[in-house]
Design a protein around this ligand. Structure first.
Ligand SMILES: [Zn+2]
Length: 478
């Protein structure tokens, strides 16, 4: 007896796209069969006729329930939206798993509630999300500043416990000096983890900030001059050199510039295990949009660059140089997002977790630039592989978690704030015309959104242990 059968859909599986029916028992997929070839009895069925069935979206980069700096928010005590709100928006957008962050330097709750050991901070962060998430979740662990040797020595235990990715910044207050990065990369590499790197050249960014201030050009619309192309080029290549010396896999978060994409392409041509992410706002806007009224609402650090960069990021996603799309989800209300208006104070991030799949679909699949298999790869499967969740997540296959999204390719929908589900009062996607939209989302066999209606509970989501496959860390594998 099956619990759930999904029938009639066009299903994207690891072995190709086809007219398959899917049998689910409990939380797992137990059958992927030819159309009408499931003869078992079942409790419930979902009609997917005319729909694509994709593996549930994986959002590899979110900042949920994190404190917003006073410099950005204009006042103390502001947090990004709660796990309930963010995961509700995620579920409506066809996302079944997101990866947020634990650790770091900012005044997060877990920092105050516990000592500084990685395991204690992970536990504290898990408590913020457990029982409060409609979808599954995991954490990159952020190592910040001059990370002590005693913390580096805890990395192996953290990887053993299922935290396989470590985030570092090469700029901002949480910048890790290169010597410390060397030690961290070595520890992560030896223990089979992967580095998630926010790479910018701090010297260049700071120099340009000072220069722009001196010249009276520090308006927010010049963010791309502070967080600039040359900085991305230099910093990506330094990180790649360090990864080569330490034999450590790299996941570059938010690639923004053609120079970043080219650095990743060069590394991959040299067979280094280097992977790149970009964000859906970088694929759509350019820095020219910063000049529009409320234009910096589109901003996510490092910065949105030129039309030529947008073009090369799109090409890199199409040709496989970049592996994933993400959002850098960082949801606040509009007064916070627009509080700062200089190159040093514009708030990063936006409420993007719900809009990524339909925006990427409209820009790449509807226009015939990529296949639906490729769409599944850049919205789910590749993130699962690189960050250690595959094939439990990111695959519609026997034995995988029954996470999937039914996507209606014929649905035309103009994004409006009213149609979104985050705790926010603006959307940079207002007016964006989607061709195709996620309609039903299934998390481990449970329908959490059905035809656009929320059916799940904030207790449905589980923390997810991860482990990166050796093939991912040996050479570019997706
Ligand atoms: Zn981020």
């Amino acid at each position: 007896m099956l619990d759930l059968v999904i029938h009639g859909g066009t299903v994207v599986t690891p072995s190709g796209v086809g007219q398959f029916d899917i049998g689910i028992q409990g939380e797992k997929i137990v059958l992927v069969a030819a159309r009408d070839a499931i003869f078992d009895e079942f409790q419930t069925s979902v009609d997917a006729t005319g729909k694509y069935v994709f593996p549930g979206g994986i959002e590899p980069h979110t900042h949920i329930a994190t404190s917003v700096s006073e410099a950005w928010a204009g006042r103390p005590g502001v947090m990004t939206q709660s796990p309930e709100a963010a995961s509700r928006a995620a579920a409506h957008g066809g996302v079944t798993t997101y990866i947020d962050f634990a650790g770091g330097m900012e005044g997060t709750e877990e920092r105050h509630q516990s000592d500084n050991s990685i395991m204690k901070r992970l536990d504290a962060r898990r408590r913020v999300f457990a029982g409060h998430s409609y979808t599954d979740f995991a954490f990159h662990f952020t190592l910040a500043g001059e990370v002590p040797t005693s913390t580096v020595e805890e990395i192996g235990e953290a990887i053993e416990s299922g935290v396989s990715s470590f985030k570092v910044f090469t700029t901002f207050g949480s910048k890790v000096p290169y010597g410390h990065l060397w030690a961290i990369f070595e520890a992560v590499g030896i223990n089979g983890g992967i580095m998630a790197v926010h790479a910018e050249d701090d010297d260049m960014v700071k120099y340009m900030e000072a220069k722009l201030i001196r010249e009276g050009r520090d308006q927010g619309y010049n963010l791309h001059l502070a967080h600039n192309n040359v900085s991305e080029d230099i910093s990506f290549r330094k990180i790649i050199r360090l990864s080569e010396h330490t034999e450590t896999g790299i996941y570059f978060v938010h690639t923004t510039a053609k120079e970043g994409a080219f650095a990743i392409a060069d590394a991959r041509n040299n067979q280094l295990p280097v992977y790149g992410e970009t964000l859906h706002n970088y694929l759509h806007f350019t820095h020219e949009h910063y000049r529009e009224p409320e234009g910096t609402a589109i901003h996510t650090y490092p910065a949105i660059k030129h039309a030529s960069d947008r073009h090369e990021l799109q090409e890199a996603l199409i040709n496989g140089t970049l592996s994933t799309t993400a959002t850098d989800e960082y949801t606040t209300y509009k007064d916070v997002k627009l509080s700062g208006n200089t190159i040093e104070t514009v708030c990063g991030g936006h409420n993007g977790i719900e809009t990524r799949l339909p925006v990427v679909y409209a820009k790449f699949v509807s226009t015939g630039r990529i296949s639906i298999e490729h769409f599944a790869n850049i919205t789910s499967t590749n993130a699962a592989k690189i960050l250690g969740m595959y094939p439990q997540k990111g695959a519609i296959a026997t034995g995988s978690d029954a996470d999937m999204v039914l996507f209606d390719p014929d649905m035309k929908k103009t994004i409006t704030l009213d149609g979104l589900h985050a705790d926010s009062d603006y959307s940079i996607w207002e007016g964006f015309e989607c061709q195709g939209y996620p309609v039903t989302t299934i998390l481990r066999g449970k329908i959490i959104v059905e035809n656009g209606k929320l059916k799940g509970n904030p207790t449905d989501g589980n923390w997810l242990a991860r482990k990166v496959a050796p093939a991912i860390l040996a050479s570019p594998a997706c």
